[in-house]
Design a protein around this ligand. Structure first.
Ligand code: C2O
Length: 608
């Protein structure tokens, strides 16, 4: 039986319990993580202390694990000791994305937000000008290790310190590179067309750090300096930002320290969805509408959803990181801009769930131009960053960082904690320990939450022949203004274990064109039968979803993207490994009226 090993732990933790237990239904999961959502409702005490975070009551064994508050072990050799990633590796295909040396080349984010007149955060996102050229950043050799705590377990002392640091940031003059405003603007500049690719010979193209393999490394560096600046402001180099532990049932609500405490809490942001405060459980599959699922049911959906994003749909580098993006690629017009599983999944869902839908542009978290103004943004992204680390720690073939020079040498420019302009490279951010930080340990119950099948061996595809169109007969581009069903042929059937180890079977939905200024989401199912029961993310038949936050992107609104879903395990679960075709169902959830798709295909992709 397969087991998972966490290779960076001092004594390696092997989850001996078989991962693929057929008995672990989502119902069992709900029971195992039975929580009480009542505590928060009774919490009238708004003093800032640890208990402000609503207590989710867990069964005995979980409480024990969580209370231990164990830190990840120190002094462990990095996963990358063999590869010398600090030398220049020649680019394999082209020129890596390079943020401009001259930051005054930055332009105001294009003003055609759907509701630019009501853009409460403003579109002037450029950093304070500097006459210096950025110097290549060198990681400190013996840094104090900063341990990022889980927000729901933070002590009152910690919260007080964190508030003090954020307040100090907010007290700086707006034009100071460390100010809260300037930190917020960084996101807008790198996402909303502030920078071009002029440094690499393409001044006509925008630089974009979403929807590609730049997503994880860019945000890691962004948080790195943000954290060090906060530490500097309170004179504590060991200060670490918390992480919003949404992948664990104890952390699936908006962390209490971010709520309005009636005393000018600097962590509070007025531009949030006021209906999503504790005890409401975060919906990892959020599509813009509350589902009304009970607390327990929502957890029963969230855990397998995490399993899917971290395991099933993250079985290779591209699926997890997203597609390649190099100099000369047009983020507005690239055929296959592909976001990784976490970026497209829980990452986008949380932005949308936290932002205020009543605001013209979903401010703050619901739109990239404004997201960096909410202190919760960095705490959300800390957990996104933690997912990158955990994904690599999961002992599975295929869980590897990109090795192409175009990725390793891609670079961004930031003001560091000493106000120096520095250039940082992807290759220097692959090991969090070398960057001087790590995460407080928190259980990852989703790793035992493999989805379960609705129906097994039901010959769904064969029974649909003659009723449902075959993909080769479909006229593309295909409109997704209603539910679409299509039969797709598989490249191979009854694959052996060895074969599966060598190649992953992926379902691609490519050439997705949509309005980039709308929140867009559709779900994808494989062999889902209409039995009147709504299939959720807890079921194997749910392959995954495609979701995009609105972008403000210059004069074009049309965006292109693609998405891939791992179906090797899915087909095992539903006992369809011998079927020649699969029945693919695409269900539009929001913003899809004008969305079109140009390709649906199943391919075998080598595991490297
Ligand atoms: Cu740069 Cu969560 O987005």
């Amino acid at each position: 039986m397969a087991s998972l090993t966490f290779s960076t732990l001092p004594t390696s933790i092997t989850i001996k319990k078989p991962l693929f237990s057929k008995t672990s239904s989502h119902l069992n999961q709900s029971h195992r993580f039975k929580v009480s959502c009542n505590a928060a409702a009774n919490n009238n005490d708004k003093t800032v202390k640890n208990s402000e975070t609503p207590k989710l009551i867990l069964p005995f064994e979980m409480q024990n694990v969580d209370r231990r508050n164990v830190l990840l072990g120190l002094g462990v050799g990095g996963l990358y000791s063999a590869a010398n990633l600090t030398t220049n590796i020649p680019s394999a295909f082209g020129i890596p994305i390079t943020a401009p040396d001259n930051i005054s080349d930055c332009v105001t984010a294009s003003s055609n937000l759907r509701n630019s007149a009501d853009a409460v955060r403003g579109l002037a996102c450029c950093p304070p000008v500097s006459t210096d050229k950025p110097k290549d950043y060198v990681l400190p050799t013996n840094p104090v290790t900063r341990i990022r705590p889980a927000a729901q377990r933070a002590t009152s002392d910690y919260v007080a310190k964190y508030q003090q640091a954020i307040q100090a940031m907010k007290d700086l003059p707006d034009d100071h590179p460390h100010s809260w405003k300037q930190q917020g603007k960084i996101h807008c500049a790198y996402c909303n067309g502030g920078y071009s690719q002029g440094q690499t010979g393409h001044p006509e193209l925008q630089l974009q750090i979403h929807n590609s393999w730049l997503f994880f490394p860019f945000h890691r560096w962004y948080l790195y300096f943000y954290e060090k600046i906060l530490g500097k402001l309170i004179n504590d180099p060991s200060f670490a930002i918390p992480f919003w532990n949404w992948d664990n049932p104890t952390g699936m609500v908006l962390p209490g320290m971010f709520e309005d405490n009636g005393r000018n809490n600097p962590l509070f942001d007025p531009f949030r969805d006021a209906t999503h405060l504790p005890p409401t459980i975060f919906d990892i599959e959020y599509a813009g509408k509350d589902t009304g699922a009970s607390c327990i049911d929502q957890i029963g959906i969230n855990l397998p959803s995490m399993y899917r994003q971290m395991i099933t749909n993250a079985s290779d580098t591209t699926s997890f990181f997203g597609g390649e993006f190099v100099a000369g690629d047009d983020p507005l017009n690239k055929q296959f801009n592909v976001a990784g599983s976490i970026e497209a999944g829980v990452h986008t869902a949380a932005h949308r769930w936290v932002g205020n839908p009543r605001m013209a542009n979903g401010e703050d978290m619901g739109n990239f131009y404004s997201a960096g103004y909410d202190p919760l943004f960095y705490v959300h992204h800390a957990n996104v960053d933690r997912m990158w680390k955990i994904w690599k720690d999961v002992d599975r073939k295929g869980h590897k960082d990109p090795t192409a020079g175009d990725w390793l040498n891609a670079s961004y420019v930031f003001y560091d904690e000493n106000e120096n302009l520095v250039r940082v490279y992807n290759r220097d951010c692959v090991d969090v320990r070398k960057m001087g930080y790590d995460y407080e340990r928190s259980e990852i119950p989703w790793i035992r939450s493999r989805p379960i099948a609705h129906a097994k061996g039901a010959n769904v595809a064969a029974k649909s022949v003659g009723i449902v169109q075959k993909v080769e007969d479909v006229i593309f581009p295909l409109k997704l203004n209603k539910i679409v069903k299509v039969l797709v042929k598989r490249p191979a059937t009854n694959r052996t274990k060895e074969d599966k180890e060598k190649q992953n079977e992926l379902l691609f939905v490519n050439g997705i064109e949509f309005d980039g200024e709308r929140f867009v989401k559709f779900n994808v199912f494989v062999n889902d039968v209409d039995d009147g029961v709504e299939t959720t993310a807890a079921s194997s038949e749910f392959a995954g979803s495609f979701a995009q936050l609105p972008h403000n992107h210059g004069d074009k609104m049309l965006m292109r993207s693609g998405v891939a879903f791992g179906i090797t395990e899915l087909l095992e679960d539903i006992e369809a490994e011998g079927d020649e075709s699969i029945l693919v169902t695409l269900v539009p959830k929001t913003g899809c009226d004008e969305l079109t798709i140009s390709e649906i295909t199943v391919k075998l992709v080598p595991v490297v």
